[in-house]
Design a protein around this ligand. Structure first.
Ligand SMILES: O=C(O)C(=O)C[C@]1(C(=O)O)C=C[C@@H](O)C=C1
Length: 359
């Protein structure tokens, strides 16, 4: 699969002067809930209403979706509001039912994208469809696996394709439910600039208070759309209550978000904003990594205290310096810079350990 301007056709056909907005509840719960939300979304920037019908959860025993009856409710929502409708499909049967219900947009969930077997089954069932198919990133941070799934759909002659960035699972405690790892989506965008890229801030965040900032970062990085979980009474939602926002909040959000022009009158300003947004992301990653390194140095500090060992370990320090100086070239960095940078880190590490030892 190669990049091709045509990949954007389906998105251009929406004829929007703002990013595509897909919104709706995490799960369809009742007919009344689906219709209430649909009517509240009708007068926002939303073009497509989403709702999960089949909801395999991390652990069994929770609400697992209403099943096929939910498709009838979505159909009614479409008839009454004119919104297009979207749902997740995770196997051949889901695809058959969704196509029968004339669902406009089908998305592949992160837990399906990880499995080439299931992706192939879904692609075969969708073969040749003119429906829009959006592929969420796999749960693990693996760009090849994500692109591999997109290629399976492309090869099955599905040309209205796009991707959804919903973040990546992590065992570490971070402020997000799923680590965004923006760099992966940026890499995907560099390889396929015309493949529509949509952010799912709700699953990245896991917390409605973080949704706005994630949307803004995505727009700064040139994303084409937002897929936001939206519920008329979010706290009472049957699934993912903490991350859903109301349609009114979404409406205000789309007013407050700064939309960056892809090719504004001032190309320089557009380009520099995007590059600076990338630098901000990388700076965040550097700082986060340095914080992690200091935590490890702290653990060594406690170990040294217990065993009455000196803080400064010249042999180890020299080994670190030599190893990384040898890698300077490969990373297109000057040796001088690498030495200065490492010295500053080492000094901070020693200060941390000094504090610990003298407690
Ligand atoms: O390896 C150690 O003993 C450490 O305490 C870590 C560390 C470092 O930050 O890399 C800090 C101080 C020592 O001089 C050597 C290395």
């Amino acid at each position: 699969m190669n990049n091709d301007k045509q990949l954007k056709n389906w998105l251009n056909n929406f004829n929007l002067n703002h990013p595509l907005v897909i919104a709706g509840p995490c799960s369809a719960e009742t007919e009344e809930q689906v219709l209430t939300i649909a009517h509240q979304l009708k007068d926002t920037d939303t073009s497509v209403m989403r709702a999960g019908i089949w909801k395999p959860r991390t652990r069994p025993g929770n609400f697992e979706g209403v099943g096929a009856i939910g498709l009838e409710w979505l159909k009614r929502a479409k008839e009454e509001t004119g919104l297009k409708i979207a749902t997740e499909v995770a196997n051949k049967t889901h695809v058959e039912l969704a196509l029968k219900a004339d669902v406009d947009v089908l998305w592949i969930g992160a837990r399906s994208t990880v499995s080439p077997f299931i992706v192939q089954e879904i692609a075969d069932a969708l073969k040749g469809t003119d429906k829009i198919v959006l592929v969420k990133n796999p749960v693990n941070p693996d760009l090849a696996l994500w692109l591999g799934a997109v290629e399976r759909f492309y090869t099955a002659d599905i040309k209205n394709l796009g991707v959804i960035h919903r973040g990546f699972s992590t065992y570490e405690k971070i402020k997000y439910r799923n680590n965004p790892e923006w760099q992966i989506a940026v890499d995907l965008q560099s390889r396929f600039p015309d493949l529509p890229l949509i952010v799912d801030p709700s699953h990245i965040a896991g917390d409605r208070n973080l949704v706005f900032d994630i949307c803004q970062t995505a727009l700064d990085l040139n994303y084409d759309g937002l897929m936001v979980e939206t519920h008329h009474t979010p706290d009472k939602a049957w699934s993912d209550a903490a991350q859903q926002i109301t349609p009114a909040f979404l409406d205000q959000m789309t007013v407050d978000l700064k939309i960056r022009n892809r090719e504004g009158e001032d190309k320089f300003n557009t380009d520099i904003k995007q590059l600076r947004a990338k630098i901000d992301l990388i700076d965040d990653q550097i700082l986060e990594a340095l914080g992690k390194r200091m935590k490890v140095a702290d653990s060594i500090g406690y170990l040294k205290k217990e065993n009455n060992v000196a803080i400064l370990q010249p042999e180890r320090w020299n080994a670190i310096l030599q190893r990384l100086i040898a890698n300077a070239d490969e990373n297109e960095l000057s040796k001088e810079f690498v030495i200065r940078f490492l010295k500053a880190i080492h000094q901070e590490s020693i200060q941390h350990q000094h504090k610990i030892i003298s407690q």
